[in-house]
Design a protein around this ligand. Structure first.
Ligand SMILES: [Zn+2]
Length: 310
């Protein structure tokens, strides 16, 4: 019940950690609560060496063991989605170097995960220990410099009229929050990810953070239009008589693979669209501006829905 939505003592401790050490982000907070409830075996997080002692001390205070890498992460390339891909390198001892921290109620499990990451021994073993779905761990193997996670997710997601919000990783580009763990879902239709989202919502609710969970859920529910290689987060969009009505001045944009001619696109004048049999027609009020066929990687409208009973 929202009326009894008072954060638990553990939540308050973790919120305080986040306030002092922003590298311990809100997703880490959600994952830590899942560990405390026995829903997730291990959490992986990356933090600068300077932040690690505070993270370890705080987690230890609520009964969580940590193991810290004896190596640092060296960025090998960054994508237009803001993700860094890293390789392991010897530590140099400075305070800014990025370290991997594994956290668990079971000390040996945390150390085992660190060993898995260092040796890269059995493919999928680490993902399983971190509680990531097998389908998503397998799909992750297809992600590379030439095939980023967004292309992989979109290519794997059939052109549905709508998707359950629970595997929407795209909203993370705008808010850096999601209700599932820190991995890339294999597709917008990934059922195991949707179940994790429901589990995390329940855990947050159990810890008096229902309103927080609802605010993330609302972020994950807004429609997203992919047009000209730009993701358009249609904040406040609504359906009226079969039209999706929106105000682009309220939208947020994320440049992904921006087309050269994107600036001159007539859709920037639109305030509603109609989707019919795989075609999007854009309008300014009742004036037709243009149309396009939807495909997997561009000119695509993504609609997200809650659970049937919500
Ligand atoms: Zn999956």
């Amino acid at each position: 019940m929202i009326s009894s939505d008072i954060p638990s003592q553990q939540s308050l401790i973790l919120l305080e950690l986040h306030r002092h050490t922003p590298e311990f982000n809100m997703r880490n907070l959600c994952e830590t609560l899942c560990i405390l409830q026995g829903e997730k075996p291990v959490m992986r997080l990356v933090a600068a060496a300077s932040a690690v002692p505070n993270i370890r001390r705080t987690l230890s205070g609520i009964g969580i063991h940590t193991a810290v890498s004896s190596w640092r992460l060296n960025t090998s390339y960054k994508t237009s989605l803001g993700d860094s891909y890293t390789v392991n390198a010897p530590r140099q001892g400075d305070q800014n170097e990025l370290l991997v921290v594994m956290a668990s109620l079971d000390r040996s499990l945390a150390e085992q995960c660190l060993g898995c990451e260092e040796n890269g021994s059995v493919p999928g073993e680490l993902g399983e220990l971190l509680g990531y779905p097998k389908c998503c761990v397998e799909a992750y193997e297809t992600i590379s410099a030439d095939n980023d996670w967004l292309a992989a997710i979109l290519a794997n997601s059939p052109l549905n009229l709508s998707y359950h919000y629970g595997a929407n990783r795209l909203s993370y580009l705008f808010f850096e929050r999601s209700l599932f763990y820190d991995y890339f879902p294999c597709s917008l239709d990934c059922q195991p990810t949707q179940l994790i989202t429901q589990k995390v919502r329940q855990v947050l609710s159990n810890h008096g953070m229902t309103l927080f969970a609802e605010s993330i859920k609302n972020e994950m529910l807004a429609p997203i239009l992919l047009r000209g290689g730009i993701l358009v987060y249609l904040r406040g969009a609504r359906w009226e008589d079969g039209r999706l009505v929106y105000d682009l001045s309220l939208a947020s944009l994320h440049g992904w693979k921006v087309h050269h001619e994107a600036d001159h696109d007539s859709i920037w004048n639109s305030n509603n669209l109609v989707r019919c049999q795989g075609t999007l027609d854009f309008f300014r009020d009742d004036s037709w501006l243009g149309s396009c066929s939807e495909n997997l990687l561009d000119n695509r409208l993504l609609i997200f829905q809650g659970d049937g009973h919500e």
